[in-house]
Structure formats: structure tokens, C-alpha cells
Design a binder for this molecule. Structure first.
Ligand SMILES: CSC[C@@H](O)[C@@H](O)C(=O)COP(=O)(O)O
Length: 328
């Protein structure tokens, strides 16, 4: 299927997620700073996608800092730190950077080979996780066809191809099991309205957009058979960081006795953090909330709380599903 990220002629080629849904265009990023900028402004976003882009950026750095066959390791390590820090919550970014750094002794070519391996693995891992999750959903839910609720964008745009939670929805839809997908707009940056709506239309899957606060209401009204979301980090105890708004859906799903399933590749698991309390939650700028499409929607100077993610405690999660199986 179409790929959202690629490596061509020494450049990271990525679908520009800031331009959708109005414009489908690709970015060509040739420098470390261009990749960092694309990750920070969410032109490349979604945990697996920023991991792949970060790994390729380290390869760009290793090539740049190699002169007469000798690689300046300190310079590459400094770039790698800046890349890993571009967004702190999704562990896939630091995981991918650390993975390619293990090949630094082999020189720039070895670093690039490792980054390309991460790129190449992504679709198969997503498809395997999605197949595991789809089988679980069919076991958990009796009603056919299914009415599914998702949040943010976890599809091909958030990965290299296929997607995680949205990949599960693709798998279920291909098998003829999906009646409708409901999804929240995902304020403030509208990954649901802009990206998930675009992907579901592209895939020909029936869908309806709602404001974020309508998701819990839909669950309470019996409109949803299963909630499927992705993850940015899964802690050792099973707590999950994901896009802000995930926690309220999990609470509402529990109240309505609806399964709440998290789908993510193994690279999203972080056994080094005991619980969600240890996760660094990215705080983003106030103007994402005080303005909408460049038009102010709050009085100038209004103080803002704008966390990009929240933490859903493990006891609200029916299962975390990866390419290696079902946990929970
Ligand atoms: C397969 S993507 C999983 C998560 O990264 C996704 O649910 C999410 O929270 C994305 O947040 P974003 O801030 O858009 O990068």
C-alpha cells in the first residue's frame, strides 16, 4: 500500500501531515534540522512515524560528519540527542535513535542500514499487531457489523504504512465486519478531523466525525461496540500514554462495559518506566488552544493547559495488543 515515509537519494520523504486534508504533498528533508522541525510541528507525527524519521535523521548526521572515512562520533551523538528530544512522550523516537546508534561503530553506512531496516519492518509489524487485535475484537464483541470508536490518527500517516488501531479497523473492514467508525476531531491540532477522516475516506470505510466530548456520550448511549486506540508509550505495569482525550474515552468505555483495546508495536513498550506517573507528558504552546485556524478564540493572554497526551491507567484497558500477541 502507499507509504507515508520513504528514503530517497539521501532525503527523508514524508507526507506533509500539516497540509492535509486540503493538500496531499510530500516533504523532502535533507538535514537533521529539517527533520527535527518537521517532527516538532507535527508535519511528521504518530509514534512509529517519528521513530522512523528520527532514525533516518541520525543516518543523515552520520553521513554529514564522516570525513575521509572517519566519523565524528561526538557530533553524531549530539545530533542524536537533539533528535530524540524533539518530542519526549512517544518512546518510539528515542528507541529508534538508540537502535541506530548501536551501529555507529560500523560507520555511516551501517547506521543507514539499521534505519532502513526500521523503515522496512514497520508495515509488517503493524499488519501483525492489527491482525492480532482484529481477532481479539471479534472474540470480545458479539454484535455484527461492528461500531467502532477511535481517537487521533493511528493509520498509515502515523506509521510507514497500514497503521495500528486504524490498521485494525482496516483489517476488520476488509473482512466486512465494520458498520461505522466514529472518531473525535482531536483538538487542538485535529488529527482526527484532518487525518483520520481523510484516511477512512481513502480506504472507503464508513465513518462519522464528532467533537471530542461526544465520544463519551456515544459510549453512554450504546452507540459503540469497541474502542480502539494507539499508544505513545506503554509502561511496565500496562499504563498507556496516548493522545489527550484517550483517558476520558477509557473511563466512559468502562462505565458502559465496552472493551477498550490499545494497539501498538513492541517498540512502543517501555519496560524502564514502572507506571504512567513516570512518563514525561509533552506540553505544547498556548496558541494551539487560544486560536483556531489562525483566528483568536480566547481573550489575548489567556493562560492555557495544553498537554499533548494523557495517561490511561492499566485497569481501564481491556488489552494491549502488539505484533507479538495480546497482553492483558
Ligand atoms: C500509531 S500512532 C499512536 C500514537 O502516536 C497516536 O495515537 C498519537 O497519540 C499521536 O499523537 P501526535 O501528537 O499526533 O503525534
Amino acid at each position: 500500500m502507499a507509504r507515508s515515509l520513504a528514503w530517497e537519494d539521501g532525503s527523508v520523504v514524508a507526507v506533509d501531515q500539516c497540509a492535509l486534508p486540503h493538500d496531499y504533498r510530500e516533504l523532502r528533508l535533507r538535514t537533521v534540522d529539517e527533520v527535527i522541525d518537521a517532527i516538532k510541528r507535527l508535519a511528521i507525527r504518530g509514534a512509529p512515524a517519528i521513530g522512523v524519521a528520527g532514525a533516518l535523521a541520525v543516518a543523515i548526521s552520520a553521513e554529514l560528519h564522516t570525513v575521509d572515512g572517519r566519523c565524528d562520533l561526538d557530533a553524531v551523538l549530539a545530533d542524536a540527542r537533539r533528535i530524540a528530544d524533539a518530542r519526549p512522550t512517544a518512546v518510539n523516537l528515542s528507541w529508534a535513535v538508540d537502535r541506530v546508534l548501536t551501529r555507529l561503530d560500523g560507520g555511516a553506512a551501517a547506521v543507514l542500514a539499521e534505519a532502513l531496516a526500521i523503515l522496512a519492518e514497520d508495515e509488517d509489524r503493524n499488519r501483525a499487531a492489527a491482525a492480532n487485535a482484529a481477532a481479539l475484537v471479534l472474540r470480545l464483541c458479539e454484535r455484527r457489523p461492528l461500531r467502532l470508536l477511535t481517537h487521533c490518527n493511528t493509520g498509515r500517516l502515523a506509521t510507514v504504512a497500514w497503521g495500528t488501531a486504524l490498521g485494525t479497523i482496516r483489517a476488520l473492514a476488509e473482512a466486512g465486519h465494520v458498520e461505522e467508525v466514529l472518531f473525535g476531531e482531536t483538538r487542538p491540532l485535529l488529527q482526527g478531523a484532518r487525518l483520520t477522516a481523510w484516511e477512512l475516506a481513502e480506504a472507503g470505510i464508513a465513518h462519522r466525525l464528532c467533537v471530542d466530548s461526544a465520544g463519551p456520550a456515544a459510549l453512554a448511549a450504546g452507540m459503540v461496540d469497541c474502542v480502539l486506540v494507539g499508544a505513545d508509550r506503554v509502561c511496565a505495569n500496562g499504563d498507556v500514554a496516548n493522545k489527550i482525550g484517550t483517558y476520558s474515552l477509557a473511563l466512559a468505555a468502562r462505565r458502559a462495559s465496552v472493551p477498550f483495546v490499545v494497539v501498538a508495536p513492541v517498540s512502543t513498550l517501555d519496560p524502564t518506566l514502572a507506571t504512567g506517573a513516570d512518563i514525561e507528558i509533552e506540553q505544547r504552546s498556548a496558541d494551539e488552544v487560544t486560536a483556531f485556524g489562525g483566528v483568536a478564540v480566547a481573550p489575548a493572554g489567556t493562560a492555557v493547559f495544553n498537554p499533548a497526551f494523557d495517561v490511561t491507567p492499566t485497569d481501564l484497558i481491556t488489552a494491549v495488543v502488539t505484533e507479538q500477541g495480546v497482553f492483558g
